[in-house]
Ligand binder design. Structure first.
Ligand code: DP6
Length: 318
């Protein structure tokens, strides 16, 4: 079982698509509100992997990503059998809500255990990374940094120890629809065509350094400011891609306006957006109902309040 994470300093762009080595290091918060539970069994005599998500067979590109990942586990463990994979998501899949982060972290944990590989958390994070970059971070709970590294060994996530503070994320669910372009495709296109990509990579180095300092101090306003500028910068790289990639919807902008109004009214609230129209708003737990009510009224969205989630782990044998 693994929980989703939302990046405060984003991962956007692969230096090595095969090994999933990113151009930048990133930093996230694992959330308690959404998770994936996955079981894996290797079966003697079966010809093909059997993969279901929420009881439905997984097909197409999604299936290919999972079977490629199982092939990697088979290669590393010496297993040859086909697998039965059953996954249940509490998070809408492919809607820019980081379902691949919890999905591939849970799959890495379940598949490596079923294959008899005894991995420590760093090795598990490196394995999860091969399924989906952001999954490297979902191996750990709370605040997590993923070091970009320069090869397979040096690109892994680990926890960031911070001053305790009551930061939560109000998740503003604007759309549950499958996004038109996957993050993998969108980031490749951005790296290849956006003149703003390299300046963002450069500014991301400063953002990460500043974020570490802000977390050490438990300074929510600084954490929020850095997270918001980093996320909007990432979307700017997409706007400048040729042709542009645009995930933001009118309701997304309405939530961004509302967050600004809240700040003007003295409420510390800051937005971050991933590869989809949904917005996550960072604020103090004490302000979460005010923030949630305001963004619902502004955009008609549905909200969930999420705190820090735990490490990936085995529950009831899963
Ligand atoms: C915008 O981890 O989904 O959420 O490695 O191609 O599977 P792949 O991409 P993925 O991308 C996440 C992008 C992001 C930012 C982030 O989580 O850091």
């Amino acid at each position: 079982m693994a929980h989703i994470n939302v990046a405060l300093v984003k991962y956007w762009g692969k230096r090595d698509p095969k090994l999933v080595l990113p151009w930048t290091s990133s930093l996230s918060l694992t959330l308690d509100a959404f998770w994936t539970t996955t079981s894996v069994r290797f079966r003697a005599g079966a010809m093909e992997d059997r993969i279901t998500l929420d009881g439905q067979p997984v097909i197409g590109e999604q299936r290919r990503r999972v079977t490629d990942f199982l092939d990697l586990v088979r290669l590393k463990s010496g297993r040859t059998n086909a697998a039965v994979v059953e996954s249940v998501n509490t998070v809408p899949t492919g809607a820019g809500l980081a379902s691949s982060s919890s999905g591939f972290a849970a799959l890495a944990l379940a598949a490596s255990a079923a294959a008899g590989m005894e991995l420590d958390k760093r090795a598990l994070s490196r394995l999860a990374r091969r399924g989906s970059g952001s999954a490297a971070r979902s191996v750990f709970g709370g605040f997590v940094v993923w070091h970009a590294g320069h090869d397979d060994d040096s690109s892994y996530a680990e926890p960031v120890h911070t001053k305790r503070f009551d930061l939560v994320m109000v998740v503003a669910l604007i759309s549950f629809d499958h996004k038109e372009m996957t993050s993998s495709d969108a980031m490749r296109h951005t790296v290849e065509t956006s003149p703003l990509f390299w300046p963002w990579v450069e500014s991301s180095v400063t953002d990460l350094k500043d974020m570490h300092a802000a977390l050490k101090l438990g300074d929510l306003d600084a954490v929020g400011e850095i997270a918001e500028r980093n996320a909007l910068g990432m979307h700017a790289t997409m706007f400048a891609a040729r042709p542009a990639v645009r995930y933001l919807k009118p309701a997304t902008i309405a939530v961004l306006d509302c967050v600004l109004d809240l700040r003007r009214a003295g409420v510390s609230a800051y937005a971050t957006i991933d590869a989809g129209p949904n917005v996550k708003i960072l604020c103090h737990r004490a302000h979460s109902s005010t923030v949630a009510a305001a963004v619902r009224a502004a955009s008609g969205c549905v909200t969930t309040v999420a705190g820090a989630g735990p490490d990936a782990g085995v529950v009831d044998g899963r």
